[in-house]
Design a protein around this ligand. Structure first.
Ligand code: M6R
Length: 607
C-alpha cells in the first residue's frame, strides 16, 4: 500500500525522505517520488520501479539544500504504475505538491467539475483532483487550511495526504480519513508518515492522527485542527518503545526469515502477564466486562482469516462456543443476521485492512460488541473495537505474514481456555496441562527452528520445479493447510491449494499425477488413520507426498518430515513454522523477492 513521509526540520530533507521511504518499502509499491521547495520553486522527482530508480535521479546539487519536503511510495489503484502517475502530484500552476494514500471515490465527478473551471490534468490519478481542488479554492482567496477544509468537504472516500506550497517553504499540511497517518515530534524537526518506522531513527514521540484531523507543521511548531471547522485540537503525545533494530532485519537475509525465527519470543511475549503461575488462571482484563458469548463470529482476511478458522476448531472444542468464521470482504456485503448474545471478533495484524474495518463498522452500527485482536497499537481496528487484545508480535515487515499468525494463535488459545474455564468446562489440572505445555513451547521451538530450516531447504529443492501443490490437513490442521498453500503461492508464485484431506476424493484428486505433489499435515493424533487412507489414495495415483509428521506414525511417503510432539493443538506451533520455512526456502531457491512479492501489499487499506 502507498507510503507517505513528510519532513520539516534542520537536516537536508531528501536523505531523510529517502530513508523514510526505505522503511516503508515493506508496504509494497510500484513507483516512488518526492518534492521540496528550493529557491522559490517546487522541485519534483519521480520514478517507476524501486527506490534505487528514484535515487539515480537525485544527482543535482540543490537536492541537499531543502530542509523540508514530502515523499511517497505508490501502489497503483487509479492509473498505471508509471512515472506520470507516481506521486507527488502538482496543481496546474506548480504551486502545490501533494502525496496521497487512499481512494477518492467521486474523483470522476470532481474532475468534470474542475474541468469546468479550466483545470487540465497530467495523470490518470484520483490524487491530482485533490491538489487541483485545493488550488482552485486558493485562487478565490483564503488560507491553505481553509482551502484544504473546503476540498475535503467535497471528497468521498479515504485519504491520508501531505501537501507543500511553493509560497510557504518549510510548512507542511497533512490530514487523514480512513487511512493511517502518524505525526512525529522531534527537536527542531517534525514528521508525518504512514507508519512509525519511517521516522523512528529521529523521534519516538508520536500522535496517532484521527479521521478529520489536519496537522500544520514546520520545523519548530505544529498544530492539529479539526479539518472541518479548523478549530485547534489538543492532542497527547505518546512515546513509542520499539527500538530501531526491531524494525530492521537483525542479521537475517530477509525480514520473513527473521520474523519466522522470532516466533519463540513472540509466544513468550504473548503470554507475558497473561498467566497466574500458581493457579494457572488466564488473565485477560481487556474482556473482563464482556459476557461469555453464546456465539462468536470471527471476521478477517488472508492469514488472519486462517487464524480465525483455526480458532473455530479450538473454541468449539475447548469452550463449546459455536463459531462462524467469515472473510471480511464477503461478510460486509451480506445482510446481517442478528442474534442475541453474539460477539464479533475481528482479527488483523495491521489493524488497517479496509474490508475488516468496514465489517467492524457494520457490526458496530447494529450495536453488537466487537472484540479486536490486533497487532498494531493505535491502528484503526484497535481504536474502533469495543475491546482490544493486542497480539504483541512486534512490527511485522515482511509482506508474507508469519509471526503475526503465531501471536494470533497464542491469544486465541488463551481466549478459548479463558472462556472454557469460566464456563467450568475444564478443571485446573486440564488448564495446567495446556498452559504448562504452552510455557515450555518457546524453548523447544528455539532449538527446533534451525533443524526445520535445514529440512525445509532440502525438501524444497526436490520439489521447486513443481507447478502446483496440494496442502492437506484434517481438523485443526486444515486451516494450517490453507495457510501453507497461501504462503507458497504468495512468495514463490507456485500454484497451491489447501484442502481438508477428506475433500480430495470429491474432485481435486483428479489432478494428482507424478508431477503434482502433496504436502500432508499428518501428526500423531486421532485423525491419523483417516489421513493415512487419504495418502494411500494419492499414492495409488502415483502422486508424490511430503508428510509433516511425528515419530511412530509409520507413514511410508516420499519425504517424511518429523517434528517434535507437544500437547494437542499446540502441535500447530511446530507445523506452522515448518510450512512457513518450506515456502521461504522454495522462494529463496527460485530467486524470488521474498519480502516484497509481486502484486502484493503489506496492508490492504483499500478495497
Ligand atoms: O493486517 P491483516 O491481518 O488484516 O491482513 C490480512 C491479510 O491481508 C494478510 O494476512 C495477507 O493475507 C498476508 N499477506 C498473508 O501473508
Amino acid at each position: 500500500m502507498c507510503g507517505i513521509i513528510a519532513y520539516a526540520g534542520h537536516r537536508p530533507a531528501v536523505p531523510v525522505l529517502i530513508q523514510g521511504l526505505k522503511s516503508l518499502e515493506y508496504r509494497g509499491y510500484d513507483s516512488a517520488g518526492l518534492a521540496f521547495v528550493h529557491r522559490e520553486s517546487l522541485h519534483l522527482f519521480r520514478a517507476s520501479g524501486k527506490l534505487e530508480a528514484l535515487e539515480t535521479k537525485l544527482d543535482s546539487d540543490h537536492v541537499l539544500h531543502a530542509t523540508s519536503g514530502i515523499g511517497h511510495t505508490r501502489w497503483a489503484t487509479h492509473g498505471l504504475p508509471n512515472e506520470t502517475n507516481a506521486h507527488p502530484h502538482l496543481d496546474i500552476n506548480a504551486h502545490l505538491a501533494i502525496v496521497h494514500n487512499g481512494i477518492i471515490e467521486n474523483f470522476q465527478d470532481l474532475k468534470t467539475m474542475l474541468a469546468g473551471f479550466g483545470c487540465s490534468f497530467r495523470s490518470e490519478t484520483d490524487t491530482e483532483v485533490l491538489v487541483c481542488l485545493i488550488s482552485q479554492r486558493l485562487k478565490e482567496g483564503g488560507s491553505i487550511p481553509e482551502a484544504i477544509s473546503w476540498a475535503l468537504n467535497l471528497i468521498e472516500g479515504s485519504y491520508a495526504f501531505a501537501l507543500i506550497s511553493k509560497n510557504h517553504p518549510g510548512t507542511i499540511w497533512a490530514a487523514r480519513q480512513a487511512s493511517p497517518l502518524i505525526f512525529g515530534q522531534g527537536t527542531g524537526e517534525n514528521f508525518v508518515a504512514s507508519d512509525i518506522p519511517a521516522f523512528l531513527p529521529f523521534t519516538r514521540d508520536v500522535i496517532f492522527l484521527e479521521d478529520n484531523e489536519l496537522v500544520e507543521m514546520n520545523s519548530d511548531q505544529w498544530t492539529v485542527y479539526d479539518a472541518r471547522t479548523l478549530e485547534p485540537i489538543t492532542k497527547d503525545i505518546q512515546a513509542i518503545s520499539w527500538d530501531v533494530q526491531a524494525a530492521r532485519k537483525g542479521g537475517y537475509k530477509h525480514y520473513m526469515l527473521k520474523e519466522i525465527f522470532e516466533q519463540p519470543q513472540v509466544i513468550r511475549d504473548c503470554m507475558t502477564g497473561r498467566i497466574e503461575r500458581k493457579t494457572w488462571n488466564i488473565q485477560l482484563p481487556e474482556i473482563e466486562s464482556l459476557p461469555i458469548p453464546k456465539r462468536l463470529h470471527i471476521i478477517a482476511c488472508g492469514t488472519s482469516f486462517h487464524a480465525g478458522l483455526w480458532g473455530k476448531y479450538l473454541m468449539e472444542n475447548l469452550a463449546r462456543i459455536p463459531v462462524d468464521v467469515e472473510i471480511a470482504s464477503e461478510f460486509r456485503y451480506k445482510p446481517l443476521v442478528t442474534e442475541e448474545d453474539k460477539v464479533y471478533l475481528t482479527i488483523s495484524q495491521s489493524g488497517e485492512t479496509a474490508d475488516t474495518l468496514a465489517a467492524l463498522a457494520l457490526v458496530k452500527k447494529h450495536g453488537f460488541p466487537v472484540l479486536g485482536l490486533c497487532n498494531v497499537v493505535g491502528s484503526s481496528i484497535a481504536r474502533e473495537s469495543d475491546h482490544v487484545i493486542f497480539t504483541q508480535a512486534g512490527p511485522e515487515i515482511s509482506v508474507a505474514s508469519t509471526k503475526a499468525m503465531c501471536s494470533q494463535l497464542v491469544l486465541i488459545f488463551l481466549l478459548s481456555l479463558y472462556w472454557a474455564r469460566r464456563k467450568k468446562l475444564l478443571d485446573s489440572q486440564a488448564v495446567e496441562n495446556a498452559v504448562g505445555s504452552l510455557t515450555a513451547l518457546p524453548d523447544k521451538l528455539e532449538l527446533e527452528l534451525p533443524v526445520m530450516r535445514e529440512r525445509a531447504a532440502v525438501i524444497s529443492r526436490t520439489y521447486s520445479a513443481s507447478r502446483s501443490f496440494f496442502f492437506l490437513g484434517r481438523g485443526i490442521y486444515y486451516p494450517l493447510a490453507l495457510e501453507g498453500a497461501l504462503k507458497l503461492k504468495e512468495i514463490s508464485y507456485i500454484h497451491a491449494e489447501g484442502y481438508a484431506a477428506g475433500e480430495l476424493k470429491h474432485g481435486p484428486i483428479a489432478l494428482i499425477d507424478p508431477d503434482f505433489p502433496t504436502l500432508a499435515i499428518a501428526p500423531d493424533d486421532s485423525l491419523l488413520g483417516k489421513i493415512k487412507s487419504n495418502l494411500k489414495e494419492i499414492q495409488a495415483r502415483k502422486g508424490k507426498i511430503i508428510a509433516l509428521t511425528q515419530d511412530g506414525t509409520g507413514l511410508n511417503v516420499d519425504d517424511e518430515w518429523t517434528i517434535p510432539k507437544t500437547w494437542g493443538a499446540l502441535n500447530s506451533f511446530f507445523i506452522l513454522p515448518a510450512l512457513q520455512l518450506f515456502a521461504y526456502e522454495t522462494a529463496v531457491y527460485l530467486g524470488k523477492d521474498v519480502d516484497q512479492p509481486r502484486n502484493l501489499a503489506k496492508s490492504v487499506t483499500v478495497e
